[in-house]
Write a protein that binds this ligand. Sequence first.
Ligand code: DQB
Ligand code: GRF
Length: 393
Amino acid sequence: MGDIVIGIPSSGVHSNGFSLVHKVMEQAGVTFKDPAPFSANGRTFGAELLTPTKIYVEAVHELLSQTDAIKAVAHITGGGLIENIPRVLPSDLTVSLNADNFNIPPVFGWLAEEGGISDFEMQRTYNCGIGLVLIVAKENESMVMEKLYYKEKATVIGTVKPRAQSAPQVVVNNFSTNLKFVQRSIRSPKKRVGVLISGNGSNLQALIDATRNSTMGIGAEVVCVISNQQAALGLKRAEAAGISHTFLSHKDYTSRQEYDLAVSKVLEGFNVNIVCLAGFMRILSPEFVQMWRGKLINIHPSLLPKHKGLNVQQMALDAGDSESGCTVHFVDEGVDTGAIIIQEVVPIYPVDTVTALTERIHKAEHLAYPKALRMLARGIVQLGQDGQVIFNY
Ligand code: DQB
Ligand code: GRF
């Protein structure tokens, strides 16, 4: 007892097969009019639905062959969560899943709505975002998650419990609220994102990749990139991605306020709804903050409020901290003081160098920033009048 359920995200509908989608939609009289409304990048139904199935063997092969930490594995194919999980579960046990802890890909929101499919039918027919389920003893959670979190974006999605007679063997809590969020996001226009950078732009890259991934359903697209440094690698990344990019030198302006106004003008020219700072190294004026309040976010490489400012990885090591991480926060008039949206924790090891810690934090950042952007773009999180974060869950 005390077992947990770990889920590895599916790549959308694929492991359930195009035929299953087609059959349902034919019966519902739905026509396939391109682009697919649930696609992230204006892709066609063909491109979205005929992508080959993801194979999970590679993800779990090492764990299965080198440890006995994994008690059971269920591939979620046709039959969905409801029918596939009991195939690996003794009949005196039940799993309680929480849909807040995984991402339902937009294609399933579309399917449910257009096909008039009930929550239960969705759960017993489609993977609903979970391609593979692992049953793991609680004491092995961190070891298994260490192997699967960054590589596969695995999350703990539920727990195993004793089953009362005739109770269902799979219960998915919070399914309908999450499906409704997904459906609302499909209907709404994508939020237009401007990204401000000064350098490398690996977080910019993570945002571009995530927003172009239909499965993730971020509900946003990066429409412009602005750098205050001409040589920033991030400008090349934008170029390679076919995204408008502008170099605006602060040296061409007489005051901070004037520079910020020029940045604002460019953002407005692209009808930007959300501004993401991704390694932008200039403090923004109160005027800029006021103009974009509630729409302006930053990622910072520490667990705020600990270690504000620059060179914070060194600060964490000097302080002898045993963990660090990153924080995505709304930007206010202070520096690194805005309301926190999410944090991601990473360990600090006694032998760590700044380079090693920075690299570990970067990996966490590349997961955290898209997550936070999704929350903001979909209205799951907003900035309240009092400067506090409001979660609409
Ligand atoms: C940063 C945090 C600190 C710095 C830069 C970026 C910094 O101290 N740079 C040296 C001074 C350079 C200059 O501006 O001349 N993190 N604006 C506001 N609030 C923030 C965060 C960042 C960038 C701009 C904020 C920001 O929290 N108003 C990113
Ligand atoms: C990141 O560590 C971010 O937290 C900080 O600046 C760095 C930018 O890295 N604000 P990159 O340019 O996104 O690679």
